[in-house]
Design a protein around this ligand. Structure first.
Ligand code: PLP
Length: 408
């Protein structure tokens, strides 16, 4: 008799986006003429810029010739990409990293989801609430989360509420946490963490021999010079943090796929007997055993992001999204909404008016303005009473959506 991994039966259904689709479908069936504007999903909308397309064409041509054809590449990524990553994303910020501390992959969803696999099952996991659901669900799959309490939480996970009172950066937990997931700039709140706030977390992790899993998928959207782009800008972080980066939102790679994870050599973990072990070779072993490298074509495309032309073109696209974010912030503030995020991140997190629940606000917005957003409660209990709007979309659609907000 084949036994199922019962941890999977504990997963709560992926309710949020299917439920949004269901409600939008029901609405459009009843109102076939309504022009619905979608500011719900966090996917990019602008096409890839020419420098990246040219690099891919070159990569395809290389694949067509015997001399330059590429089969399996290094699992950790080609040096042409890791060298560009180190020089542009880290050395430029005073952070030195070696090639074997970078692991190129096909996405941060996989990396943030897979990383917990090399950590013991008895570690206590702490997550922000609201949270990017992958961090919780992958710990449920592994059997680290305990049971579902029926009120939106797992019994063995430490949830750290993120509210306007703490500027959406959680306070240190009262319970001792071993694995801490932090995401800044944040999805869904659009908040950022200052150097001082990140230092508080790095100091906590160093003191408690804890590991920070730092998701910097939205790093490219930071506009404020004082906000750190990497957790390694904080002294001591290399001893206590792994960082995840993705080209998805930075450069429009959601459909192309390329990302990377940084595991510094200084980072140590411990056996049950208290023996100190380097984490980097363990992740390397896991990565090489279960992954055969991101495609040569997507790595060539990613390297083009760091060329002079690539940088300029990618910046132009980010500027379009951030101009959308500014339009949303300005319009909603004028209309009297309490609005957060949208300055250093492509997400706007608004407080629902008149104590409406997140879903009540969703239905109201859809029926009266034909605009789709994401109910905050879908990201966790502390997201109730909030609503996420994404700045990905055409400026014309965003402007039109803001006009329609006046109707509700
Ligand atoms: N991390 C966060 C916080 C995200 O919001 C997303 C995507 O929405 C990802 C990771 C996944 O990125 P990727 O496309 O590289 O898998």
């Amino acid at each position: 008799m084949i036994k199922v991994n019962e941890n999977y039966l504990l997963l709560q259904s992926g309710y949020l986006f299917p439920e949004i689709s269901r409600r939008v479908r029901a609405f459009t069936e009843k109102n076939p003429l309504a022009k619905v504007i979608r500011l719900g999903i966090g996917d990019v909308t602008e096409p890839l810029p020419p420098a990246i397309i040219d690099a891919m064409h070159k990569a395809v041509d290389n694949m067509a010739k015997r001399d330059s054809f590429k089969g399996y590449g290094p699992e950790q990524g080609y040096d042409f990409l890791t060298d560009a990553i180190i020089a542009n994303d880290f050395a430029s910020r005073g952070v030195s990293l070696a090639t074997d501390e970078i692991f190129v992959s096909d996405g941060s969803k996989c990396d943030t989801g897979n990383f917990q696999e090399i950590l013991g099952l008895d570690n206590v996991v702490a997550v922000a609430d609201p949270v990017y659901p992958v961090y919780v669900d992958t710990n449920v799959m592994a059997g680290r989360a305990g049971n579902f309490d029926g009120k939106g939480r797992f019994t063995n996970i430490v949830y750290m509420p993120c509210t306007p009172d703490n500027n959406f950066v959680p306070a240190l937990p009262k319970e001792k946490a071993d694995i801490i997931y932090l995401c800044y700039p944040n999805n869904p709140t659009g908040a950022v963490a200052t150097k001082e706030q990140l230092k508080m977390w790095v100091d906590y992790a160093l003191k408690n021999k804890a590991l920070i899993l730092f998701d910097a998928a939205y790093e490219a959207f930071i506009s404020d010079d004082n906000i750190p782009h990497s957790i390694y800008e904080i002294p001591g972080a290399k001893e206590t943090a792994v960082e995840f980066r993705s080209f998805s939102k930075t450069a429009g790679f959601t459909g192309l796929r390329c990302a990377y994870t940084v595991v510094p050599k200084e980072l140590k973990v411990w056996t049950k007997a208290g023996k100190e072990i380097e984490l980097n070779p363990i992740w390397n072993r896991r990565h090489c055993t279960k992954f055969n490298g991101a495609s040569y074509i997507s790595q060539m495309a990613a390297a083009a992001v760091y060329t002079n032309e690539g940088k300029k073109q990618v910046r132009k696209i980010i500027d379009i999204y951030m101009s959308n974010a500014a339009t949303i912030r300005k319009s909603l503030t004028t209309l009297g909404y309490e609005v957060y995020g949208g300055i250093n991140a492509p997400y706007i997190w608004l407080k629902t008016p008149k104590k409406m629940t997140s879903w009540e606000f969703f239905d109201n917005l859809l029926s009266k303005a034909n605009v789709v957003g994401t109910p905050g409660s879908g990201f966790g209990a502390a997201g109730e009473g909030f609503f996420r709007l994404s700045a990905f979309g055409s400026p014309a659609n965003v402007a039109e959506a803001m006009e329609r907000f006046k109707k509700i």
